[in-house]
Design a protein around this ligand. Structure first.
Ligand code: SF4
Length: 332
């Protein structure tokens, strides 16, 4: 008998897979990678990969970044505390995991959800919605809270012994840490680890993006992850690199879709500006560039690249932007 376990890299999903494996079920891991989950990656591999390695199971990774753009723009069930459309996201993950389940001839899904642990997607009614909307009602086993939930097909049919499942609920993690010791699970990320959509600063950036550019792309999301971000009075967007690594990345992501500003006579940041920016926006962006140079306000020469044409801008000593303006234009 085969089952597919959603593996996030966190403790709950690893425990849930392990509990079912202990009952003699052949478990296959499934994880969803997307543009907002980048920060959960370690230097060498994702936490989900490490978790699957420790469990000794194969891991199928589904890339969902493009689907995620639509989920972010039009979440049927809205957002959580920040810009996290968790319930829509869960439904999407379950649908994709369900497709994988059918593909490999598995009989049910396992998730690490714990009743009441997260306010948006782990309420009883939210779980019922996820079961219904994914078309997998009765086929999603949540081993950590199963004894508090309606028995699922694998329990009813006796594939799984309900007595070997748990009745954990709430935000306290003490039961899970005890189980981690019992099952000798050591590789896991922090709870809710690393989804950028739950971070307030990133949420402010993406809220601003949805307001000014409803047809945003994956490239726009990558740009949100680096630099300082400003919205000028005209509505033009400015991004300023904070170090050499970010400057290089900004140049790469800019392509010929943006206006690029870079100081030539002194070391300083790369500044990107939306291609439709007007002359006043370009002047402000040049002043911002000067303001964030090591020698802020020094006389300097700046290169401005627009539509593959380079133009030199000269700034006199003392030309810079006031702190008040910077604060009023800052997005996050
Ligand atoms: S925290 Fe992020 S990845 Fe996790 S369910 Fe919510 S939106 Fe999806």
């Amino acid at each position: 008998m085969k089952a597919v376990a959603l593996i996030s890299g966190g403790l709950d999903s690893a425990l849930s897979a392990k509990i079912v494996m202990e009952q003699g079920i052949d478990v296959y891991g499934f994880t969803v990678a997307h543009v907002f989950s980048e920060s959960i990656k370690s230097a060498t591999s994702s936490y989900a990969e490490k978790s699957a390695d420790e469990l000794g199971i194969t891991l199928h990774s589904h890339e969902a970044s493009r689907d995620f753009l639509n989920i972010i723009k039009y979440p049927k069930y809205g957002y959580g505390k920040n810009m996290n459309p968790c319930l829509d996201c869960r439904v999407h993950m379950l649908i994709k995991a369900g497709q994988y389940m059918k593909e490999i001839g598995a009989s049910f899904l396992i998730t690490g959800e714990v009743l009441g642990e997260r306010p948006m997607s782990q309420r009883r009614d939210a779980m019922n919605i996820a079961d219904r909307d994914s078309g997998l009602k009765g086929l999603i086993l949540r081993p950590l809270s199963a004894k508090l939930l309606t028995p699922t097909v694998p329990e009813i049919k006796g594939w799984i012994d309900r007595d070997g499942l748990f009745n954990i609920q709430g935000r306290s993690r003490k039961h899970q840490f005890m189980l981690a010791k019992r099952y000798e699970i050591r590789e896991f990320s922090t709870p809710a680890g690393g989804c950028l959509l739950t971070e307030p600063n990133f949420a402010r950036r993406i809220k601003d993006l949805t307001k000014f550019k409803s047809d945003f792309t994956l490239n726009d999301i990558e740009l949100l992850k680096i630099g300082r971000h400003f919205r000028l009075p005209s509505g033009a967007k400015v991004i300023i690199g904070r170090n050499e690594r970010e400057n290089n990345k900004l140049l790469k992501l800019a392509g010929d879709k943006m206006i690029c500003i870079e100081p030539q006579s002194v070391p300083g940041p790369v500044v990107l500006l939306g291609r439709n920016a007007n002359n006043e926006d370009i002047r402000i962006a040049s002043l911002l560039c000067s303001t964030y140079c090591k020698k802020a306000g020094a006389s300097m020469s700046i290169d401005m690249l627009k539509n593959k044409q380079c133009q030199e801008i000269k700034l006199e000593r003392g030309e810079r932007v006031s702190d008040k303006d910077i604060e009023s234009w800052r997005i996050a």
